[in-house]
Design a protein around this ligand. Structure first.
Ligand code: ADP
Ligand code: MG
Length: 386
């Protein structure tokens, strides 16, 4: 295909936070929930979780705030609680500096200086730039030892209070905590709990996938400590989109290029993605990149490309036993519940108990997916098997 056309198509399929609301597929339920919280609740910390790429950041970006001020922090530093708290303070201060003047701006500037000074002094302990060996490792270690996290808490506390004094209501969104380990995130939120308990302050954080289960168990009183319920006033789980919605998403993005993919190809893209928009965009891009010499992507071509890609990327991870293959193949041309799949396998002379065990394990490993009571083979694995 024409070079210019290829670039234009790839741009439309590029994975980046949506700016254009017209391209947003659904998420009405999620936005309703969040907008109710943001615009009506008196305060509290709320979570949003779901697998990476499912659309958490996207949903957060489209929340409409009716009153007060809204601050969006995209954390990027990893490694330790101290680094993350430091990053939070730094980003919060930068945002304030961009939006505010006078006292608040001065305060934010002081906080930025504080974070930079702490980093600088911990770096110089290691010899700073003159000791390039292992700098990144030792830097973090000494940063942890040196960083005055209590002073950082005080800054966060006073900045938030001053913002609230001025604007009366504040939405603080903290994104990218979903990339951290669950325990670490809980630890951080727990330590910030007191600071976030302010009237008219709403905090929304993106959380790792696994927190949802913990939270549900807390609500059911299955966990002894019930700690999450103490930290979060509510939690939103973002589900994958349906296959049809994924199709719509690609169609909408490529509305100026309707000839590129044929209809069947979109089904394969949706199947591969299992409803994850990021995966769908990624594989759609890959299909284009692998076929730059073609004018139109036929179904046959797309399927060959997807198979080639899953073989390259995923095959090494799984060495499937014959029995595992048998279970997956049985699940492949079947869409029903677990019991019926077991019955099917029994007919193929797999013992009942073995069938149950295998299904459970394949599910834990993500090769089988159970949704709305139905079992299906993960899209990626499916392309390895067909
Ligand atoms: N509902 C949606 N409609 C259209 N595109 C979406 C939707 N949700 C996510 N995307 C796209 O999918 C990609 C991943 O979404 P993102 O919000 O970054 O996921 P997460 O934050 O959960 O990792 C982005 O490129 C985004 O534009
Ligand atoms: Mg995100």
């Amino acid at each position: 295909m024409d070079r210019k056309l290829a670039r234009a198509v790839l741009k439309q399929l590029f994975d980046s936070p949506l700016k254009d609301r017209e391209l947003l597929i659904d998420r009405k339920k999620e936005l309703d929930f969040l907008e109710r919280v943001v615009n009506f609740q008196p305060g509290g910390v709320y979570g949003i979780c779901g697998e990476t790429g499912v659309g958490k950041t996207t949903v957060l970006n489209f929340i409409e705030v009716h009153e007060g001020v809204s601050i969006f922090l995209k954390l990027s530093e990893k490694d330790s609680k101290e680094t993350i708290i430091g990053d939070l303070l730094y980003k919060l201060s930068r945002q304030i500096l961009m939006k505010e003047k006078g006292k608040l701006a001065n305060h934010a500037k002081k906080a930025i200086d504080f974070v930079l000074r702490e980093r600088e002094s911990s770096k110089s302990i290691d010899g700073g730039l003159s000791a390039p060996v292992n700098v990144s490792v030792s830097k973090n270690k000494s940063f942890r030892e040196k960083f005055n996290v209590y002073e950082a808490y005080e800054y966060i506390d006073s900045l938030l209070s001053t913002l609230l004094d001025k604007h009366e209501r504040l939405l603080l969104t903290i994104d990218e905590l979903d990339k951290e380990r669950k325990d670490e995130v809980l630890n951080i939120l727990d330590s910030l709990k007191g600071i976030f308990e302010k009237e008219e302050l709403i905090v929304i954080v993106s959380l790792p996938f696994s927190i949802y289960r913990e939270y549900s168990k807390d609500l059911l009183r299955w966990n002894e400590s019930g700690n999450l319920e103490n930290i979060l006033k509510g939690l939103l789980f973002v589900e994958p989109l349906s296959a049809e919605q994924i199709r719509q998403m690609i169609l909408l993005r490529l509305r100026d290029f309707p000839e590129i993919f044929d209809g069947e190809t979109l089904y394969d893209i949706a199947m591969y993605s299992d409803g994850n928009p990021r995966d769908a965009l990624w594989i759609a891009q890959q299909i284009i990149l692998h076929n730059l010499d073609k004018d139109r992507i036929t179904h046959d071509l797309a399927r060959r490309t997807i198979k080639e890609i899953v073989n390259r990327y995923f095959k090494g991870f799984f060495t499937l036993t014959d029995l595992q293959k048998q279970v997956l193949k049985a699940a492949l041309d079947y869409a029903g519940d677990r019991q019926n799949l077991v019955k099917r396998l029994e007919k193929l002379s797999v013992k009942r108990q073995t069938a149950y065990t295998y299904i459970s394990r394949l599910k834990d490993e993500g090769l089988l997916i159970e949704k709305d009571g139905k079992i299906k083979v993960s899209g990626k694995i499916m392309f390895l098997l067909i």
